[in-house]
Design a protein around this ligand. Structure first.
Ligand SMILES: Nc1ncnc2c1ncn2[C@@H]1O[C@H](COP(=O)(O)OP(=O)(O)O)[C@@H](O)[C@H]1O
Ligand SMILES: [Mg+2]
Length: 303
């Protein structure tokens, strides 16, 4: 679906990209991994025609970016690393403008804006000025703008790195739904999220592609077999000693020596989520004590 062939790019004497070639298959979600300065934003900007390669070719759904630029741009929705907004526009006005810019007829732009505000959970903030949106809300509005022409390809530059843990979770839940029908290529350096979310990865290092493929393929290629296991369950802390002895005994009984048992206490992340969701539930009950629900119409996406 997305194909880069031998792309190179220099900024002055600095070679930012060198012979970059990779493919992202149709209707998959691929992560684009690399350290800061590796060249991710440069590649993504090239894919949407904002930057020209010095050399090489780019194809999206078989169309060449060089010769069929407009067609390629219509196929791709793009979320920049730092989306910029006119702060005086409301979320709805911004999306209507975005819709018209990608060729949605004016009379359908209002509907499209409403539809994608709902998709990203911003319906109840439709009339609020974008300048008053939180960072997470702006990021979701940026995603709505990328979605507005219903493009089959989404190119997302660090869609979660500016978000708090809850915002990240919400963004990934949304992307999990979107990846059922779109090809998604997203850059990030948060490996845990990429591993949970993506079918494959492309790894770039100092302007050169170092690995690409599906996650099972790549991890198998790396030649390591399973080196351990993680088993998660909850147990009363008073039973830990007894359980440890019985667990190690049972494993040895089937010929697997246990080198280490690490009991994990509740992590900060779970604790943080618990506190925040409790506070939100209390606020909902406070706003609407009769039903114990109410307030946010878009459920947990609206903050
Ligand atoms: N317009 C530009 N002019 C000069 N150097 C640039 C420009 N854009 C990017 N670079 C350089 O190219 C390299 C790759 O940048 P970038 O694609 O933004 O990396 P990433 O998104 O992976 O952090 C960096 O060293 C960056 O400083
Ligand atoms: Mg970048």
């Amino acid at each position: 679906m997305i194909e880069c062939r031998t792309i190179s790019k220099k900024f002055g004497a600095f070679e930012a990209l060198s012979n970059v070639s990779f493919r992202v298959p149709s209707k998959t979600c691929y992560g684009f991994l690399g350290q800061n300065g590796a060249g991710k934003t440069t590649v993504l900007r090239m894919l949407v025609g904002l930057l020209r390669p010095d050399q090489g070719e780019i194809y999206v759904a078989g169309h060449s970016l060089l010769t069929e630029r407009e067609q390629v741009q219509r196929l791709c929705g793009y979320l920049p690393q730092r989306p910029e907004f006119y702060p005086w526009l409301s979320g709805e006005e911004f999306l209507r403008l975005s819709a018209e810019l990608v060729g949605v007829p004016a009379r359908q732009a209002k509907n499209a804006a409403g539809k994608y505000l709902a998709t990203v959970g911003l319906t109840e903030f439709a009339r609020r000025r974008v300048g008053k949106y939180s960072g997470g809300m702006q990021q979701r509005l940026g995603l709505a703008a990328a979605l507005i022409g219903d493009p089959p390809v989404l190119l997302l530059d660090e869609p979660v790195s500016a978000l708090d843990p809850q915002g990240r979770d919400e963004m990934f839940s949304l992307l999990r739904i979107l990846k059922q029908e779109k090809t998604i290529f997203l850059s990030s350096h948060i490996l845990h999220d990429i591993e949970q979310m993506c079918d494959g990865v492309v790894i770039i290092h100092k302007g050169q592609i170092k690995a690409q493929g599906t996650l099972p393929e790549l991890l198998k290629q790396s030649g390591e077999s399973a080196v351990g296991a993680q088993v998660h369950f909850e147990v009363d802390s008073r039973l830990l000693h007894q359980l440890q002895a019985e667990f190690s005994g049972a494993m040895q009984g089937i010929g697997i020596p246990v080198s280490k048992v690490a009991w994990q206490e509740q992590g900060l992340e779970q604790f943080f989520y618990k506190v925040v969701s409790q506070a939100e539930e209390e606020q909902r009950q406070h706003q609407n004590p009769s039903t114990g629900r109410g307030g946010a119409k878009d459920g947990n996406m609206a903050r």
